[in-house]
Unconditional design. Structure first.
Length: 248
């Protein structure tokens, strides 16, 4: 059964990692897909991987004007949008004393400001019903050293899953969030090491009850569920997928 047959989907940050795997899953479920990214190499790779039927769009997730341009492009290409997956993000991890205003503003722009204004810009083309899935993080819940700004931006995005649900549900738009723990993707290569004498993977794995990193496929399957019409009663919810890390 193709659960997303005929659905039109946009996945930001869809050229690598969780976003790319989600695009693959959506295609296998029958959706029409557009993905965004900024890296020319991953844009090209995504185009080859996903095939000619997928719109691969260069778009800066932290630029408000770029979000408006992206919304126009999607409206022209698809005529409307049934699913939005806000997946673009950066994990800039630094001790408190190493932050400056420019780095702070960059994280806030890419992880929260851009996504907020993308949803706003897409309002005229969102279908009824439609589903929005926000990729947040368990860092919104735990006190990981050096993650102060990253965690704050993801907590802000997680808050949108609740507030925008209340605001947009009368329009037929559901908003939910997935909060991954450490996943084997390029983004998580930068996560902090609790014990300098251990390598990064070992340090993080020691903090995960499941004793392994998650996979992009495990997150993508959760996103498919939240995007599917049978999840119509799932509103303003958060799916934590972290191998038990946030329970400790």
């Amino acid at each position: 059964m193709q659960r997303l047959q005929g659905k039109r989907a946009l996945i930001t940050g869809g050229t690598s990692g969780i976003g790319l795997e989600t695009a693959r899953r959506f295609l296998s479920e029958g959706a029409r897909v557009a993905v965004t990214g900024t890296n020319p190499r991953t844009l090209e790779t995504a185009g080859k991987t996903l095939g000619p039927g997928v719109a691969v769009i260069a778009s800066d997730a932290g630029d408000v004007n770029a979000q408006r341009a992206l919304a126009r492009t999607i409206g022209e290409a698809f005529g409307g949008l049934d699913i939005l997956v806000v997946n673009a993000g950066i994990a800039d991890l630094r001790p408190l004393e190493q932050w400056d205003e420019a780095a702070f503003d960059r994280s806030l722009a890419i992880n929260f400001k851009g996504p907020f204004f993308l949803v706003q810009a897409l309002l005229p083309v969102l279908a009824n019903p439609a589903a929005i899935v926000l990729t947040t993080s368990i860092n919104a819940h735990i006190g990981m050293p050096t993650s102060s700004i990253y965690a704050a931006t993801k907590a802000a995005l997680l808050s949108l899953a609740k507030t925008l649900s209340g605001e947009l549900l009368p329009r037929g738009v559901r908003v939910n969030a997935v909060s991954p723990g450490p996943i084997a993707t390029p983004l998580h290569d930068k996560l902090g090491v609790a014990h300098p004498e251990m390598n990064m993977a070992e340090a993080l794995t020691s903090q995960i009850p499941a004793r392994r990193f998650g996979t992009s496929s495990e997150i993508a399957q959760a996103i498919v569920f939240l995007a599917y019409d049978e999840a119509a009663f799932t509103v303003g919810s958060e799916l934590v997928i972290d191998g038990g890390m946030s329970t400790l």
